[in-house]
Each structure stands twice: as structure tokens, then as C-alpha cells.
Design a protein. Structure first.
Length: 453
């Protein structure tokens, strides 16, 4: 082969640079063929994750040694049964374990058995294998039944034998909160074609949202979040729009910041709590029974009227992408701050528990207080205040649940590995009293359930 002349070499170099710059120009302008190639790449990744990937999504690497209960100070830990919701060995499930970590019962969350057809879901939202969905949010009842979300797919009530009692065929997600009357508040996404025109902010279009949904499941579908009130038989009796509440309250700055972060997922509601009399007493015009809502993308807590959905109060805290606000007996709000490992002002980097006094605006960090106590989960995360003053903390992506005292001492710890490399995903852990369940409520015959415990 003849050696290229200096002029030919210069020409090739200039041509390569020109093509590189032209490709960047097409990419920045979102013109063809860039859009075609990008779409093909996203489709290839989606097909791999849906049909080929041998492991469930959202799992992270193992960070803690050991399996099961690796710490237990019985004189300091609050005794009971711990419920573990997530993706663990054996699939998507909720396990009940005793203080020694022994499995007492398992509810299997089998999407394909719950919704054989799933006609309420867009095709992109339908998982193709058991590795392509997860569960987050549940309420367990004393008879052994539970109401549980299959994230972005719907809500189901299962009996103790994991058999379907009823379903809510909507794109529900994240949390299930029971009212004193036995109803349930559950977040949901509105279908893209049903989003009101005036709530498509900043040039967002339905076509853009559908393109986002094609690339990544719920992003796009999650643009408008609703709060559904579901009765004890699974019927939706009320629905409130979070975006409409923000629109009516003139919260343009919060919406703008969220649009810059992720246009197809503006609010990302991840919890609903019922306002207590103690919290209502601290906030003007807020009443007991109103709804305390966590808006992750806006780093915001908000109170909405339980009937009209009107925004009554909001607070953007020092937390980042928070989860699981809990109302304290004194009316303060406990928040799981997901945080960031590389952005922490005057606190230990990573996740933390924070307590807000909504009347004064003061925020106190409860845990961790030292670098040795540091923990982190970038998504999910949960805490439960226990009756003895301890906290049960879920470090979701690490497959770790641990109980700490008010002084920060770890007195119980449970870890779960999904396989040799990856930790289980524990979305939520909850501790109930040893006698919470009715006698024989969990006594399901294996042959009846058809499981393989």
C-alpha cells in the first residue's frame, strides 16, 4: 500500500476534525441522523436490560460483610418482627424475620401472577422477566394480609398466602399509607395523554414525555403525580394532582429547578403521611387529616388539603432527594436525607436522619454524628422511630437494615447479599411488635402457596 503524501494526511486530519465537529453540531441540535442513532442505542440498552441482563435492576455492590443478623444487643434493641421489602434471593418479596434473622414468613410479589394481562399499562412499562420490576411501599395487617405496591405497575392486596384479594390497576408507586378509617393514600402517575395542557410546563410536550418513557420506563410517565385515596375494597374514591397544587400556588421557581434536573419527572412523590393534630397545631391553616407529601425532585415537604388538594404549606430543606418523612408526637418531622457523598456542609457526608421543627424552621441532624457512623443510599431509604427511642434505618442499596440508639450506637444489624457480588435491594424495613399478628395468621401451608421456602 502506497504511503499517503503529507497533503493527503493533512486532508484526512481536517476531514476527521470536520466530521467530529459536524457530529457534535447535529447532536446538539438533535438533528438526524444523530437522533436515529441515539434512539437505536437507547433501544439496544433497553432490550438488554429487559431480555438479557442476568440480574435485577437497581442492585448495588456488596458493602458490608456477613449475612443475616450480624449485630444484636438484646438488652438495647427493641424486640419484634422485622419486615423486609425488596429484591432479595428468591425474587421480589416481603420477608418477616425474627430478631435472630430467621425467616418466619414470606409474601411473594409476583407481577405476572397478579396481572397476567396488565391492560392498564403502556407496553414499555410491562416487565418481560421477573428481574425487571421491584416493590416499594406496603402496609401489613394483623390478619397476615398486606397492601403493597409493585413500583409503577399497580397496587395489590395479598392474603397471607400471597394470593390476590384485589388490585388497583393504576401506575401507583413508592408508598402506601393507611388512614384511621381503613382507606389508603397511594401516589400514582397520570397517563401522558391525560395530562392537562396547562400543566405541560417550560415547553415540555407529550411527545417528549413518551420519548423519555421509551428510554427509561417511568421517566416520562411520571411527569404528573397524583395522590389516590383507595378504599378497603381497592376502589379509587378520590384523586388529587400535585402539579395542579403547585400551579395554583404559583410555585414557578420550584418547577423550573425540577425541570432542569429531570424534565420527565418533575415532583417524584415518594411518600404521603397523614397530618396529626400535633403537626397541625404548628402550621397555620393546616388541619389534622391533611396530607404531608415528600417531593423528592424539589427537595421539598408539602402539606396538601385532603379534600381539595390545595397547597397549604411547603418547606425546602437542607436535605437532598429526601424520603420517608415521619411526624413525631411533638409535631416535628423526621426526614430521611439521602444526601450526596461529595456534597455535605457541616455534616458527615452521605445519608442522614434529620428532624425539622416546622414552626421555627430549625433542623437537627440525629444520625450520623461521626464519620465512623456514615452510611449512604442514593435512592430509596427509610427510617422508623421505635417505641424505646431507637431508630430502625434502611440503607437500601447496601442491603442493610440497622437499629441505632438515640446516642448513635448500633444495637441490631441485618445484611443481605443477592449473590456473590451484589447486595440485595431492601426498599423498606419495618419492625412490628412480637404479638402484632393474629394467632396463626401466617400459618400458610407451603403446598397451598406453591412456594419453595
Amino acid at each position: 500500500m502506497a504511503k499517503a503524501s503529507p497533503s493527503e494526511s493533512v486532508f484526512r486530519l481536517v476531514l476527521a476534525v470536520a466530521l467530529f465537529l459536524l457530529g457534535g453540531w447535529f447532536g446538539a441540535a438533535q438533528w438526524q441522523p444523530f437522533k436515529f442513532l441515539a434512539h437505536g442505542w437507547q433501544q439496544t440498552k433497553g432490550l438488554y436490560n429487559t431480555y438479557v441482563s442476568p440480574r435485577p435492576a437497581l442492585l448495588g455492590p456488596i458493602r458490608y460483610p456477613g449475612e443475616g443478623v450480624t449485630e444484636h444487643q438484646s438488652e438495647k434493641a427493641w424486640p419484634g418482627v422485622t419486615l423486609l421489602q425488596g429484591t432479595l434471593p428468591g425474587g421480589t418479596q416481603i420477608r418477616a424475620v425474627n430478631m435472630a434473622g430467621n425467616e418466619l414468613h414470606r409474601w411473594e410479589i409476583d407481577y405476572f401472577a397478579i396481572w397476567p394481562e396488565a391492560q392498564h399499562l403502556d407496553e414499555v412499562l410491562k416487565p418481560k422477566t421477573p428481574k425487571n420490576y421491584h416493590t416499594q411501599g406496603f402496609v401489613v395487617l394483623s390478619d397476615g394480609s398486606l397492601v403493597v405496591n409493585v413500583s409503577d405497575k399497580g397496587t395489590v392486596k395479598l392474603n397471607a398466602c400471597s394470593q390476590v384479594v384485589w388490585t388497583v390497576d393504576r401506575m401507583t408507586h413508592h408508598s402506601v399509607t393507611q388512614t384511621s378509617s381503613g382507606d389508603f393514600w397511594i401516589p400514582a402517575h397520570r397517563e401522558i395523554d391525560a395530562i392537562p395542557e396547562h400543566l405541560l410546563f417550560g415547553g415540555v410536550s407529550r411527545e417528549e414525555l413518551k420519548a423519555e418513557a421509551f428510554k427509561k420506563d417511568f421517566v416520562g410517565h411520571s411527569y404528573e403525580n397524583l395522590l389516590l385515596l383507595v378504599d378497603g375494597q381497592g376502589a379509587v374514591v378520590r384523586e388529587l394532582s400535585v402539579l395542579q397544587a403547585l400551579y395554583d400556588a404559583g410555585m414557578e421557581s420550584a418547577v423550573l429547578n425540577a425541570l432542569k434536573w429531570r424534565r420527565g419527572d418533575v415532583t417524584h412523590v415518594n411518600d404521603v403521611e397523614i397530618v396529626t393534630p400535633a403537626l397541625a397545631a404548628k402550621l397555620d391553616q393546616v388541619e389534622a387529616g391533611d396530607l404531608l407529601v415528600s417531593l423528592r425532585q424539589m427537595h421539598m415537604l408539602a402539606v396538601m388539603d385532603q379534600h381539595s388538594g390545595a397547597l397549604k404549606w411547603h418547606y425546602i430543606g437542607p436535605w437532598i432527594f429526601q424520603h420517608d418523612p415521619d411526624i413525631r408526637p411533638n409535631g416535628n418531622i423526621l426526614v430521611f436525607n439521602n444526601g450526596l457523598t461529595d456534597l455535605a456542609f457541616n455534616r458527615v457526608p452521605g445519608s442522614s436522619l434529620m428532624e425539622l421543627d416546622p414552626q421555627s424552621g430549625q433542623v437537627q441532624i440525629l444520625y450520623p454524628l461521626t464519620a465512623e457512623q456514615a452510611f449512604y443510599t442514593d435512592i430509596l431509604g427509610h427510617q422508623q422511630p421505635l417505641a424505646n427511642g431507637n431508630y430502625l434505618i434502611t440503607e437500601s442499596r447496601a442491603g442493610r437494615v440497622f437499629e441505632v440508639t438515640g446516642e448513635g450506637e448500633t444495637v441490631w444489624q441485618y445484611t443481605s447479599a443477592f449473590d456473590e457480588e451484589l447486595a440485595s435491594l431492601i426498599a423498606i424495613a419495618q419492625r412490628v411488635e412480637p404479638d402484632y399478628f393474629q394467632r396463626d395468621a401466617l400459618a400458610c401451608q407451603r403446598a397451598e402457596r406453591g412456594d419453595k421456602l
